[in-house]
Design a binder for this molecule. Structure first.
Ligand code: AP5
Ligand code: MG
Length: 191
C-alpha cells in the first residue's frame, strides 16, 4: 500500500502531479481543495462556509477537513493501491491527526513529497491559471496571503515528516514530465 502526501506551496503543481501519480500507481486522490470547491459549486451549506475562508486565502476549520479525510481513508476504491493526499495535512495538528488515524487502521504514511518551486514562478503560475480558473483565490492579493500562510503554517509539516524519516524534497521547476520522473523515482524507491 502506498499512502503518499504531496505537499508544497500554492501553485507548486500538487494537483497536476497527483493526476499523473494516480494514473501510474492506481491510487485514490484526496484533494481537500477540490472537494471544497465541489461543495462551493453545488452551493451546499459546507460550501458557503468554505468559500468565506477560501476567498480570503485562509484555511477552513479542521473539523470540516478531518471528516473528508476519514471518508477517503475508509472508503478506498476496490482496486486502489493506496491514496495520495493533496492539500492535506496543511498544519502540524492535521499531520498529527492523520498519523493517529492511520495507526488506528494499521496503515502508515509512505512518504511526504515536498514540491519546491520558487516564489515568482508560483505567482506566475497562479496568475496565469486565474485568467480562466474562476477560483476566487487566484488573484494577486489572495495569492500573496496564501503564500504567506503556507510559510507560517504548512512548512512546519515538512519538519514533522523529516522527524519521522519520511520526507523527500523534489525540484518542482521544469516541465511537468521532468518533475513527474523525479517523483516516480522517489515512489519507486519506496515500493
Ligand atoms: P488547494 O486547492 O489545495 O490549493 P493550493 O494549495 O493553494 O494549491 P493549488 O491547487 O492552487 O495549486 P497546486 O499545487 O495544486 O498546483 P496546480 O497543479 O494546480 O486549497 C485551496 C484552499 O482550500 C486553501 O487555501 C484553503 O482555504 C482550503 N483548504 C484546502 N485544504 C485544506 C486543509 N487541509 N485545511 C484547511 N483548509 C484547506 O498547478 C498550478 C498551475 O500551474 C496550473 O495552472 C498548472 O497547469 C500549472 N503548472 C503545473 N505544473 C507546471 C509546470 N511544471 N510548469 C508550468 N506550469 C505548471
Ligand atoms: Mg491543487
Amino acid at each position: 500500500m502506498l499512502n503518499i502526501i504531496i505537499c508544497g506551496a500554492p501553485g507548486c503543481g500538487k494537483g497536476t502531479q497527483s493526476n499523473l501519480i494516480v494514473e501510474k500507481y492506481s491510487l485514490d486522490h484526496l484533494s481537500t481543495g477540490d472537494l471544497l470547491r465541489k461543495e462551493i459549486n453545488q452551493k451546499t451549506e459546507l460550501g458557503v462556509i468554505a468559500e468565506s475562508f477560501i476567498s480570503k486565502g485562509n484555511f477552513v476549520p479542521d473539523e470540516m477537513i478531518i471528516d473528508m479525510l476519514i471518508q477517503s481513508v475508509d472508503n478506498q476504491s476496490k482496486n486502489s493501491n493506496g491514496i495520495i493526499l493533496d492539500g492535506f495535512p496543511r498544519t502540524v495538528s492535521q499531520a498529527e491527526a492523520l498519523e493517529d488515524l492511520l495507526i488506528k487502521r494499521n496503515k502508515k504514511t509512505t512518504i511526504l513529497i515536498d514540491l519546491q518551486v520558487n516564489h515568482q514562478e508560483l505567482i506566475n503560475r497562479l496568475l496565469k491559471r486565474g485568467e480562466t480558473s474562476g477560483r476566487s483565490d487566484d488573484n494577486l492579493v489572495t495569492i500573496k496571503k496564501r503564500l504567506d500562510i503556507y510559510q507560517k503554517k504548512t512548512r512546519p509539516v515538512n519538519d514533522f515528516y523529516k522527524g519521522l524519516n519520511k520526507y523527500a524534497a523534489i525540484d518542482g521547476m521544469g516541465t511537468v514530465n521532468e518533475i513527474f520522473s523525479r517523483i516516480s523515482a522517489v515512489i519507486d524507491s519506496k515500493r
